[in-house]
Design a binder for this molecule. Sequence first.
Ligand code: IPM
Ligand code: MN
Length: 404
Amino acid sequence: MKRYSIALIGGDGIGPEILREGKKVMDAAAEVTGIAWQWKEYPYGAEHWLQYRKGEPTLLREEEMAELGAHDAVYFGSVGDPRVPESVGQAGALLWMRFYFDQYVNLRPAKLLRGVESPLKGKKPHDINIYMIRENSEDFYIGLGARFTGNKSSEIFELKRKLYKARFNVDVDVAPEGDFAYQIGAVTEKASERVLRYGFELAKKKKMTRVTVVHKANVLTKVYGLWIEKAEQVARDYSGIELDFAIADATTMWLVRRPEHFQVIVAPNLFGDILSDLAAATVGGLGFAPGGNINPDRKAGVSMFEPISGSAPKYKGLNKANPIAQILAGKLMLEHLGEDRAAELVEQATEDILEAGKVRTFDIGGTSSCSDMGDAIAERLLQLKPSGGHSPCLSPEQMLHDNT
Ligand code: IPM
Ligand code: MN
């Protein structure tokens, strides 16, 4: 029996309640497919910080971060609480985790599931089926820059990544004086190459024929000039897959006008952040938007799976939030662990429940609770017998039975 050790971090707001449902569904998936989970819960979040870490810039300490690295994956709820400075949960947990474990792929699929209505008219299930990949280690997310008032500023910045180290020595002389701010974006050959390659490999695995590479090389000529050059180089290794370039602003328009065009999208970090929310909106909203922060080399760094919704503190403790994004994040976790069959079953059970329409959370016009949804999907999953072949719905015995 395959056994996976998973770190659970509920975090803040709706995090703990949606994670509970995610875990419930993962337990059902394990029961059906014969794998085993070894869960370990960690308390990191606003409450814990206020009690034990107050004043520190991060939610967890470095040795605690390192401890997470010993697991096979991190299954994460969300962070963000009005009582804690924003930077603690964001730069001090979420972004830190992405950089610390070099989770350079941010996979954020947007698929219109059976039983969900798109706000775009006339869309049928699976008409929208996009593998959005966001570069997750650099670009304008490196957090380097300065703000000053006066004529002069001198700063030295260090950028430390697993792939490289860089030092910036920035002197600014400005006249006339006034408030001034700048922020550095960095794009490197190595980081671009690996995430673009991941995009093409995923297209190959999923039998998709087009990879759209988002940029803004017409204006941000240095950073995205390098980015598109690398895309061209990588694409040469994949003759059956079309390389499609799309400028970021136009991409927002086409995602609304013709989302069917997109199969795999690879976007730089900041554009990927924006486009993944937009793509989520086309498939029912953030309640349906999972994310994987992935280091494809499991030995080099643990990966983290989360809904992209954030902590929605307003709904905390109401057992009201839609847990599907969290459940689908679990599906991504299963795929990452190589448990593709279990992953398929999770999606199928989710779609079956949505399509049946009896259990619906408030974001999709229903009155069911968060745990109703988790229960329903877990129960449905237990009814699904994997065949070991292509169709996960019927066992060979059932198929035989159906044919006679
Ligand atoms: C996301 C969020 C984060 C990001 C924030 C909370 C730091 O918006 O995961 O998309 O910008 O990456
Ligand atoms: Mn975001």
